[in-house]
Design a protein around this ligand. Structure first.
Ligand SMILES: [Fe+2]
Ligand SMILES: [Fe+2]
Length: 200
C-alpha cells in the first residue's frame, strides 16, 4: 500500500484518474475515458447500469502505474492469487491489481464494478453482463492505434449478443500469437462454446 500513491479525490472520477495517471500515462487516461464511454453505450443498449460501466471503464487500467517487473511481487505482498501464466506474462496480473487499486485507493465498493475490472483482459467463468460489457469495450477501443482487425466481426456478433461478441474476440486472440492462455480465458471460452449453439 505504501508504495502506491494515494489519489486526490474530487466528485469527478474522470478528472481524478486523469490527475492520477498524469502526463506519463496520459495515453492510458485517454484510452480509459474511451473505454468508459463505449461501456456506457453498451450498458444503455443492453440494459446494464451506465454508472457501473463508466466507473469500471475509467479504472480498468489504473495499475499501469506499477511497472511490469514489480507487478508479481506486489501481488504477493497484497495476497492476490497469482497463476503460473501471470508469472510468465506479468502484464496479465494488471487486471487484478487494477481491481485492488479501484477498491483500496478509489474507494469503489460495488462488486459489479470490481468484477468487471478484474476480468477485463481475460474474461472469466460465469461472467456477468457487465463483465462482458467492459471486456468488449476494452477490445472495441483497443490501445494499439488504428482499427482492431477483429472489429467488424465483433460488432456484427454484437447485434446478436454480448456473449457471441466476446467469443469472436477470444477466438481471434487464440489464433494470433497469444503468449500464454490464462486459465480464466480458457474457462470463459469453454463456457461460451457451450452457449454457442444458442447464439444463432
Ligand atoms: Fe487492461
Ligand atoms: Fe484497457
Amino acid at each position: 500500500m505504501d508504495r502506491l500513491p494515494v489519489p486526490r479525490r474530487t466528485k469527478e472520477l474522470t478528472a481524478d484518474i486523469q490527475l492520477y495517471l498524469g502526463s506519463e500515462f496520459e495515453h492510458v487516461a485517454i484510452h480509459s475515458i474511451e473505454v468508459a464511454q463505449c461501456a456506457e453505450e453498451l450498458a444503455a443498449r443492453f440494459g446494464g447500469e451506465t454508472s457501473v460501466a463508466k466507473q469500471a471503464g475509467l479504472l480498468h487500467d489504473i495499475s499501469v502505474t506499477i511497472p511490469n517487473p514489480e507487478k508479481i511481487r506486489l501481488c504477493e505482498e497484497l495476497g492476490i492469487e497469482i497463476f503460473e501464466e501471470e508469472r510468465q506474462v506479468p502484464m496479465l496480473s494488471h487486471q487484478k491489481l487494477s481491481r485492488y487499486m479501484a477498491k483500496e485507493l478509489f474507494q469503489i465498493e460495488e462488486e459489479a464494478v470490481l468484477s468487471a475490472i478484474e476480468c477485463h483482459t481475460t474474461l472469466k467463468k460465469a461472467p456477468s453482463q457487465m463483465d462482458h460489457i467492459v471486456f468488449l469495450a476494452d477490445k472495441i477501443k483497443w490501445d494499439q492505434g488504428g482499427e482492431p482487425p477483429y472489429l467488424s466481426e465483433l460488432l456484427e456478433a454484437l447485434d446478436c449478443s454480448l456473449e457471441k461478441a466476446s467469443l469472436v474476440y477470444i477466438d481471434y486472440l487464440l489464433t494470433h500469437d497469444i503468449l500464454v492462455v490464462h486459465p480464466w480465458l480458457r474457462e470463459a471460452k469453454e463456457e461460451l462454446m457451450q452457449l454457442n449453439g444458442h447464439f444463432d
